[in-house]
Design a binder for this molecule. Structure first.
Ligand SMILES: [Fe+2]
Ligand SMILES: [Fe+2]
Length: 337
């Protein structure tokens, strides 16, 4: 394969098919690759910054992924068939309505989730760019304004994929509508779209097969250290309310750690740098996560694999407003696009 014909999206797709601990033989059979081509593919993935290796597990050649960030539970438990398997896609901070939104990348993530057979997407808030009346300049950084235009845009343009349900909380940007008009954007969107379920403002815990997953959008300023806010949050939790996993939006940062037995994830943004972030000197991680969880019947996580999808500059449509003019609506019904 010629590297110039490849883009990050294609690489993400192939990288996603190469599962951690999957025997290379299984992959070759499934996709018609020979061993030499698999070695080549792994090298290409590495050149795009992916953490993947081919290693021998006994006599079997397998893929080994994300070595650095895997916790002690990195081996799939032997009795995995007795465990509940949960596959999720995690996204956050889409800021729809901002000139720097990246709806085509959001569509790309949903298409990938669909290809993987994922049924649940968790969104950790700031679905919309909202309306900060105390930041007059923000008006000029948006192509839609106010509650109705944001609601109509999201109802019409948010990816709609057969079989995929998106569970979302609201963030501080969405909350501006409550502050300005007492109107809850998430509630309104949820009533108009069956596939988008509003969970609440800022924080809500969803329970999937007894696994408690807390979605959090804390608001406030950025942290000095990327893990500090997560640690603080987990330390402040009462043991009875401690979730099995914590997914935090708002910081536009990507990070994973296992802390006090909570699998904690900072969800990256699916929006490019906004002028506000630039003015504040804030960095912006652009991407999403696909998560594989195996949990016992009491919801205790036995295996957690966060697969990070990161986009970079060449994937971004940075000409202001291009996304709103040129993006194609993603709607998949009965397998038809
Ligand atoms: Fe945000
Ligand atoms: Fe936020």
């Amino acid at each position: 394969m010629d590297k110039k014909d490849l883009n990050y999206n294609k690489i993400n797709k192939m990288y996603g098919y190469m599962k951690h601990n999957m025997p290379v033989d299984t992959f070759m059979e499934k996709f018609g690759f020979n061993e030499k081509e698999v070695y080549g593919l792994v090298e290409i993935c590495k050149s795009f910054g992916k953490k993947i290796e081919l290693v021998y597990d006994g006599k079997v050649l397998v893929f080994s992924k994300n070595k650095k960030i895997m916790p002690s539970t990195s081996k799939l438990p032997v009795d995995s068939e007795k465990l509940n398997h949960i596959e999720l896609c995690v996204i956050s901070d889409t800021h729809l309505g901002n000139n720097h939104q990246q709806l085509h990348l959001l569509n790309n993530v949903y298409e990938e989730a669909y290809n993987r057979g994922i049924r649940t997407v968790l969104h950790a808030g700031d679905l919309s760019d909202g309306n900060y009346t105390n930041r007059p300049e923000s008006y000029y950084e948006q192509f839609i304004h106010g509650f109705d235009e944001h609601a109509d845009y999201i109802i019409e343009w948010y990816p709609k994929v057969d079989g995929i349900k998106t569970l979302f909380i609201s963030g501080n940007h969405d909350f501006t509508n409550n502050r300005n008009n007492g109107a809850t954007l998430g509630k309104w969107i949820s009533e108009k779209r069956d596939d988008l379920e509003y969970l609440g403002q800022d924080n809500h815990t969803v329970v999937i097969n007894k696994v408690k997953i807390m979605l959090d959008h804390p608001g406030g300023g950025s942290a000095k250290s990327i893990s500090y806010k997560l640690q603080q949050k987990i330390e402040g939790m009462e043991s009875t309310h401690k979730p099995n996993a914590l997914i935090t939006g708002h910081y536009h940062k990507s990070y994973y750690m296992l802390y006090n037995n909570v699998h904690a994830l900072l969800a990256p943004a699916l929006c490019d740098y906004t002028p506000f972030q630039k003015r504040m000197g804030l960095s912006n991680d652009l991407g999403a996560y696909f998560i594989d969880i195996y949990a016992d019947k009491n919801g205790r996580i036995q295996y957690f694999e966060p697969e990070e999808i990161r986009f970079d500059r060449k994937d971004v449509w940075d000409e202001v407003g291009k996304d709103k003019r040129k993006v194609k609506k993603l709607e998949i019904k009965n397998g038809v696009y």
